[in-house]
Write a protein that binds this ligand. Structure first.
Ligand SMILES: [Zn+2]
Length: 457
């Protein structure tokens, strides 16, 4: 049911001269049998590849014989996607971020304006905040671009419900229940600590392997990611990632999903796969799905865990969730809107009336409330009465292939009804049942009242 969402805005890095062109035309790339997901940080042990790279001044750089890890490292140019909603002054911000060198380990950043390293008060890599007053979600004071984009998606918007005070509720897709919209937080599905680690490893590789650095820095757009800064300690220039490089990956929309504060707190930097495995809405079933979708998933060599080297982990997870749990979430929405909310409104009204000291009125309202609640509780527990027998509602798989519902007929005998006839029968039966119920309540009240009256007479 779920369609691919509005595609996140590409970074635009390297898109003009074409990373893809470069990638596609490296004809002699060697395959590596030993590569793993951080293979690009390992120095090549193939001396021929280095000598070939060295001769790049005389050879067409697009036809170099380079280790495959190097060519796969080029994928970082189009790997992370910024949210489609960005601050009004984003271009100015971006041009500033690409001129700042940052070291996530020491927390120091090199300020080109001051021409020296400074240590900022707070860690400078964070969610891109939208222009104040724009694109905020209900109840939120600090709008973040990623949060807003995920909130605005079709499945997320379609599942919102509002309570009697006008507060919006949305489902947390990590645990499946409704929470206040403002308690939804943007969470990195692939832990941010792991992303930063891979980024710093890549910077180390640039500094450790000059030939790799020469190869990588030839690509258009790579200067937005890495800049050289003179290190007085070692007396030469070394590579740093730019603040843009770190912020881009931090804000990669395809790795962000919205979950409630409690789930986010519990998740922390736990290994994502282990964490998903423990969640009842995901579990082994979801892990098997990922495996079927992309058996090579953990062998890709880029910074982010991408499915089929293309789709972000959060994007795939969100789509799977709404496809797999559509029925459960729709049921939750109906319960919230049609059962919980009206009862809660009445219950709050009773509470208010009690506070005002109107005891008699409160008791009248409470009697009506209790009756409704008891009725709902009894119906929820009921078996028989034309409802499917308890056994057919069991999770036991023996009835999985049975197309018929065993229903107790008026004469006490079992009927076998297919689902369509059952739906039709219950739909027709419902108004009659309600009027029967109302009549019997009225009749019983009259009986009791007339009994009281006769006693008084
Ligand atoms: Zn949650």
């Amino acid at each position: 049911m779920s369609k691919r969402k509005t595609k996140a805005q590409k970074t635009g890095v390297g898109s003009k001269t074409g990373t893809n062109t470069t990638r596609g035309s490296i004809k002699k790339a060697k395959s590596s049998s030993t590569r793993n997901n951080v293979a690009f940080i390992q120095a090549s042990d193939d001396p021929s590849s280095l000598s070939n790279t060295k001769s790049s001044t005389t050879k067409n750089p697009t036809e170099l014989d380079v280790p495959v890890e190097w060519t796969e490292a080029l994928g970082i140019l189009n790997e992370a996607h910024l949210p489609s909603t960005l601050p009004v002054k984003w271009e100015k911000t971006e041009s500033g971020l690409v001129k700042i060198a940052f070291d996530p380990i020491s927390g120091k950043k090199y300020d080109l304006e001051l021409n020296r390293f400074v240590k900022p008060d707070t860690y400078p890599v964070r969610f891109i905040t939208l222009t104040k007053g724009q694109h905020s979600i209900p109840g939120s004071e600090a709008p973040a671009a990623v949060r807003y984009q995920r909130y605005m998606e079709e499945d997320s918007r379609g599942s919102l419900v509002q309570n009697e005070r006008g507060e919006w509720y949305a489902p947390c897709i990590a645990h499946g229940d409704y929470v206040k919209v403002e308690s939804l937080q943007a969470d990195h599905l692939q832990a941010k600590i792991k992303i930063t680690k891979r980024q710093t490893e890549l910077v180390e590789k640039l500094n450790d392997d000059p030939h790799f650095a020469e190869f990588l820095m030839q690509q258009a757009g790579m200067d937005k990611f890495f800049i050289k800064v003179f290190d007085t300690g070692i007396g030469r220039e070394i590579y740093y990632g730019t603040l843009f490089f770190y912020e881009l990956y931090f804000n990669d929309i395809d790795n962000i999903w919205l979950i409630c504060q409690a789930c986010n707190l519990h998740k922390s930097d736990d290994e994502t796969v282990n964490w998903l495995k423990k969640q009842w809405l995901y579990g082994q079933e979801f892990l098997d799905y990922l495996e079927r979708l992309d058996p090579q998933r953990l062998r890709h060599v880029q910074i982010l865990d991408k499915i089929k080297n293309r789709e972000g982990l959060a994007q795939v997870t969100i789509e799977w969730f709404w496809d797999r749990h559509a029925h459960y979430m729709l049921t939750n929405k109906r319960l919230f809107e049609n059962v919980k909310m009206p009862l809660q409104i009445l219950s709050q009204k009773i509470d208010r009336v009690i506070g005002e000291g109107s005891d008699k009125r409160a008791e009248r309202l409470k009697a009506s409330f209790d009756f409704k609640l008891i009725l709902i509780e009894e119906i929820a527990k009921a078996k028989g009465l034309g409802l499917p027998r308890g056994t057919s509602e069991s999770l036991h798989p023996s009835s999985d292939t049975d197309e018929y519902l065993p229903v107790v007929g008026p004469d006490g005998k079992m009927l076998r009804m297919d689902r369509a006839s059952y739906n039709q029968a219950t739909t027709e039966f419902l108004p009659g049942f309600i009027s029967l119920l109302q009549n019997s309540v009225v009749t019983r009240v009259e009986e009791i009242e007339s009994g009281k009256l006769s006693k008084r007479i």
